[in-house]
Design a protein around this ligand. Structure first.
Ligand SMILES: NC(=O)c1ccc[n+]([C@@H]2O[C@H](COP(=O)([O-])OP(=O)(O)OC[C@H]3O[C@@H](n4cnc5c(N)ncnc54)[C@H](O)[C@@H]3O)[C@@H](O)[C@H]2O)c1
Length: 243
């Protein structure tokens, strides 16, 4: 029996690493992203790239429906697609709020709701990508942090709601990860070099994590080896929240 996974935000960064690693572990993977670059993953029938905006009305049908339609089942949902915003609250508009909550929270709610009946049928699991921003206060990230706090709480809530139905729900909470996402955020800072120094100084291991390190944690939480783990927020943050 081949297990089937859906990974959102799979065109680059953490999501791409997760999709490739799940495929290498033997899963059939539906890799969804708003960016057509996700098509680069279409190297075999084991990986099905889907260009989809997770905020679109038809996203659950396009993404979850594709997995079930193509492979007949769903075992793992990795809710990873998200937008970042580093901006003081006073400079944050209603449109910023709506864009971040639409992408980082509402889409996760809708994809999860569509996936759950299939995960209940398969005894599957969900792994959400949260963030240290959902666990501790970090200046100038109010709306992004609110969205990740929502993901942390959804993870705990749903883990309890679904435990008796055999579905596990966990999350990873990365610290700064060396991806394009971080590079873009830093480039928008007035002093990118100073911003990098502050970031590194806040991480006791003295460096950012890699996307591969986060992806390994996601694959672990998705795998049967973690059958006893649900409702956990696994920090992959070089010691950030331990300080
Ligand atoms: N990089 C970090 O430092 C860091 C730290 C903590 C948490 N995270 C979280 O990790 C996850 C992945 O981050 P990353 O660093 O790989 O980011 P990234 O920007 O490199 O990748 C995110 C992907 O999501 C896709 N995406 C964005 N909006 C979408 C939409 N509406 N529909 C479909 N796809 C969409 C993007 O096209 C992109 O491919 C995110 O949830 C992010 O919040 C990242």
């Amino acid at each position: 029996m081949e297990l089937v996974a859906v990974v959102t935000g799979a065109a680059r960064g953490i999501g791409r690493e997760v999709a490739v690693r799940l495929r290498d572990a033997g899963y059939r993977v539906v890799a969804a992203d708003i960016s057509p670059a996700v098509g680069e993953l279409a190297e075999s029938g084991h990986m099905v790239p889907v260009v989809a905006d997770v905020t679109a009305d038809d996203a659950p049908a396009a993404v979850i429906g594709r997995a079930v339609g193509e492979f007949g089942r769903l075992d793992v949902l990795v809710n990873n697609a998200a937008r970042f915003l580093r901006r003081p609250l006073l400079d944050t508009g209603d449109d910023d709020f709506d864009l971040l909550f639409g992408t980082n929270v509402r889409s996760v709610f809708r994809l999860t709701r569509a996936a759950l009946p299939h995960l209940i049928a398969s005894g599957g699991c969900i792994v959400n990508t949260a963030s240290i921003s959902g666990l501790v206060g970090i200046a100038n990230q109010s709306v992004y942090a609110m969205t990740k706090g929502a993901i942390v709480q959804l993870t705990r809530q749903l883990a309890i709601e679904c435990a008796a139905r055999g579905v596990r729900v966990n999350a990873v909470a990365p610290g700064a990860v060396d991806t394009e996402f971080m590079a873009e955020a830093r480039a928008a800072d007035p002093d990118p070099a100073a911003s990098l120094a502050v970031t590194l100084g806040n991480h006791p291991i003295g460096r950012m994590s890699t996307a591969a390190e986060v992806a390994r944690a996601v694959v672990f939480l998705a795998a049967p080896e973690s059958a006893g783990i649900t409702g956990t927020i696994l920090s992959v943050d070089g010691g950030y929240v331990a300080r």
